[in-house]
Design a protein around this ligand. Structure first.
Ligand SMILES: NC(=O)c1ccc[n+]([C@@H]2O[C@H](COP(=O)([O-])OP(=O)(O)OC[C@H]3O[C@@H](n4cnc5c(N)ncnc54)[C@H](OP(=O)(O)O)[C@@H]3O)[C@@H](O)[C@H]2O)c1
Length: 411
């Protein structure tokens, strides 16, 4: 399909292939028979080739490596740190580009690095897109680039100047820069804006354990602190805040999670993100913005109930409205609040992401319902992967059958 000057089909030039979403896009394209030209960096003493090889193993697609071409780059350098002839050759090949690399940290203390990675390094990547007729520049942005102004977010350029953190702000600035460049140079383009992406809904597998995983892991840490206290210290700390073991084996942990309103958490699994993105790449509409988001976002109360069931906890409540006075909060509440602070804007969100363009591109494909079975699979995988620390040492690749892994933590 070819709409409004945007051409489908690869090979594709991809950035961010060593990350969570980029690696899934890479694997999805390779499985479809497309070629992928990866521009990425070495890290932790490992070359780009070694990092990609490990990811191919994780996906169980080592046999597809001949469809890959790798270019080790440094996005902070002019021409992405590539040799002048290498950069020029890439530019002349007129490949469609998927720019997925991004510094995804939220904290203000990282402002300089986030802005440099997400906005400053754009020039070198965009310049690769100047010229040839086959090019389309696909920018992976974020639904949250919409900012914090309005409740109804349409698939249109960002107008907000109010953002929850530097990451959102940088994605909005990057979108504007991409749009301005592509319009000026006549480059066909799309912007793909995912909501919060978690693991594969069918297998539970994931490469990243932030966002959805963070509150669950925080509750698990709290549970383990108090279980240790009940074991070794005869429950001195526990007694002070009403924590006790119940006869059915669950831990009673009185903890109020205070959120300002009933809002929602917009979650999509990575298998859905990948399928939707591949559908968009198949029929890109020049200039279109796509919200890859859920029509039926989850509520914090549901996520809390799933977490309590998975972790064998009771006593956790979600309260809407003003936070209780500091002096009435117990230590687990203080700690939990501290753990989840960066994610607060996303757990009681009133924003609704309209998705007309995405529906048209994907045949109105919906993400699966976020039910307890999906949640359990994802959390079992997270525990088996030790929240990312043992990611590449879990036995079995993508082909590993469900149920063969160690049992999760459900008590
Ligand atoms: N995950 C989500 O829930 C979500 C939701 C909405 C939008 N998004 C967007 O989706 C894209 C991918 O996100 P992700 O979750 O996959 O992030 P990720 O796992 O953190 O991966 C980020 C990728 O960007 C690369 N990168 C970061 N800083 C870089 C720099 N300074 N120079 C070169 N490469 C750099 C990383 O390379 P290294 O591996 O070398 O660090 C990695 O390949 C981003 O554009 C993000 O804004 C993600």
């Amino acid at each position: 399909m070819n709409r409004g000057g945007a051409t489908a089909g690869g090979p594709y030039l991809l950035t961010g292939a060593t990350g969570f979403l980029g690696s899934h896009v890479m694997a999805g394209l390779l499985k479809k028979g497309e070629g992928v030209v990866v521009v990425g960096r070495r890290a932790g003493g490992e070359s780009l080739a070694e990092r990609i090889r490990r990811l191919l193993e994780w996906f169980g697609i080592e046999h597809l490596q001949e469809r890959l071409e790798l270019h080790e780059a440094d996005f902070r350098e002019p021409r992405l740190g590539l040799r002048p002839d290498e950069y020029e050759l890439l530019r002349r090949r007129a490949l469609p580009i998927i720019h997925c690399a991004s510094d995804t940290r939220f904290a203000e203390k990282n402002r300089e690095a986030v802005m440099a990675a997400n906005v400053g390094s754009l020039a070198g990547i965009l310049d690769l897109a100047r010229g040839g007729p086959a090019r389309c520049f696909h920018f992976i942005s974020s639904a949250y680039a919409a900012g914090s102004d309005g409740a109804e977010c349409r698939e249109i350029p960002v107008h907000s100047r109010n953002f929850n953190n530097v990451y959102e702000e940088s994605k909005a600035l990057a979108e504007s820069a991409v749009l301005a460049f592509c319009r000026q140079h006549g480059v066909a383009h799309t912007i793909i804006r995912p909501a919060i992406v978690y693991g594969d809904a069918r297998t539970g597998r994931s490469l990243k354990f932030n966002a959805l995983y963070h509150p669950v892991r925080s509750l698990l840490q709290l549970r383990d602190i108090y279980l240790a206290d009940l074991g070794k210290n005869r429950g001195k700390k526990s007694a002070a805040c009403g924590v006790r073991l119940l006869k059915d084996g669950r831990l009673h942990l009185p903890l109020r999670i205070c959120i300002p309103n009933e809002g929602k958490i917009n979650l999509v699994p990575v298998d859905y993100f990948t399928a939707a993105t591949l559908a968009i790449l198949d029929g890109p509409e020049n200039g279109a913005i796509y919200h890859v988001a859920s029509r039926r976002p989850a509520a914090m109360a549901q996520l809390t109930a799933f977490s309590a069931r998975f972790l064998g906890l009771s006593g956790i409540e979600v309260i809407h409205g003003a936070a209780p006075a500091a002096e009435t909060r117990n230590p687990p509440e203080e700690l939990f609040d501290y753990f989840i602070r960066p994610y607060r804007p996303y757990i009681s969100d009133r924003r609704v992401f309209l998705r007309e363009n995405t529906d048209r591109a994907t045949g109105a494909m919906d993400p699966p319902d976020f039910d307890y079975d999906v949640f359990r699979r994802c959390m079992e995988y997270a525990v088996a992967a030790d929240w990312g620390r043992k990611l590449f040492s879990i036995p079995g690749g993508q082909g590993e059958k469900e149920g063969k892994r160690d049992k999760g933590v459900e008590r």
